[in-house]
Ligand binder design. Structure first.
Ligand code: 9WO
Length: 256
């Protein structure tokens, strides 16, 4: 996959993209990430990218020309039809509080593209013609106002890159098995077995892998019921979940 990010602050991205899973994915050429400053596409010698809003009001608005020309320059580098086996799939995503809420499902969809272009807004807004005639999608990572789309673009990039084939080892990705898919994670423990009197549940020390798997699934289910019932898959409470390890107790509601 190729991932282009258009921003007034390209230097914000280097620390995130040079570490951990993202850094490894780039190094191994599993993704080609490029940031570019759309100020380089400004028309005047002051490199102006913003202007006053028509109709008045406080704050500045990002002008359309530099953003359109920056995206067009990116598309010229990789024209449609350069994908192996036919037309390439591409989206031009604007990160904005007005967008569709970002989910794992959207991450999976974006991970299937050949080319993802992300546009990071700044100031108090972006000229409406960018939304209407340049972006193919608008995405929000949550209902809060930030100073720009850069941090959301990093969030989207990380969620997408870790889904690309070969980025995660099989041990890491196996965790996402269908049995527990869509549920919150079960409680995790590591050594020591007794920390300040707080003990690891005996079942995890029992070595009974079948019982442990049942316990974990029950925990994942009861946590999801009490904390995030909106996530529950339709069939999550079907008969196959019945059994003592899976009994949902009132104390679950106090967690977290
Ligand atoms: C600023 C502002 C100030 C006064 C009154 C209204 C206002 N709206 C905004 C505003 O939305 N500014 C945005 C800042 C312009 C586009 C880039 N910015 C942004 C993106 N803030 N938050 C996001 C964002 C993107 C994706 N997911 C969550 C938040």
């Amino acid at each position: 996959m190729r991932l282009d990010i258009l921003t007034l602050f390209p230097e914000m991205f280097a620390p995130v993209f040079s570490h951990s899973i993202m850094g490894r994915a780039i190094e191994r050429n599993l993704v080609d990430i490029r940031t570019r400053n759309f100020r380089d596409y400004a028309h005047d010698r002051h490199r102006t990218v913003d202007d006053y809003p028509y109709g008045g009001g406080s704050g500045m608005v990002l002008k359309p020309e530099p953003l359109f020309e920056a995206v067009e320059a990116v598309l010229a580098e990789w024209p449609a039809g350069t994908s192996m086996g036919g037309a390439m799939r591409r989206k031009i995503v604007l990160l904005t509080p007005q967008g569709r809420r970002f989910t794992q499902e959207i991450a999976r969809d974006l991970a299937s593209l050949d080319h993802l272009v992300m546009v990071c807004g700044r100031y108090e807004g972006v000229d409406e013609r960018v939304r209407e005639h340049l972006a193919t999608d608008e995405i929000s990572i949550g209902d809060y106002v930030l100073s720009g789309g850069e941090l959301p673009a990093m969030v989207v990039a990380e969620a997408v890159v870790r889904l690309l084939p070969g980025v995660l080892g099989s041990a890491e990705s196996a965790e996402d098995d269908s049995f527990s898919a869509g549920l919150l994670q079960f409680p995790q423990y590591t050594r020591p077995p007794d920390f300040r009197g707080w003990r690891v549940p005996d079942i995890l020390l029992s070595g009974n892998h079948e019982e442990i798997a049942r316990w974990r699934h029950g925990q994942a289910l009861s946590r999801t019921v009490s904390k995030r019932p909106d996530l529950l898959p339709e069939d999550a409470l079907s008969k196959r979940e019945a059994g003592p390890a899976n009994t949902i107790v009132a104390s679950d509601a106090k967690e977290g």
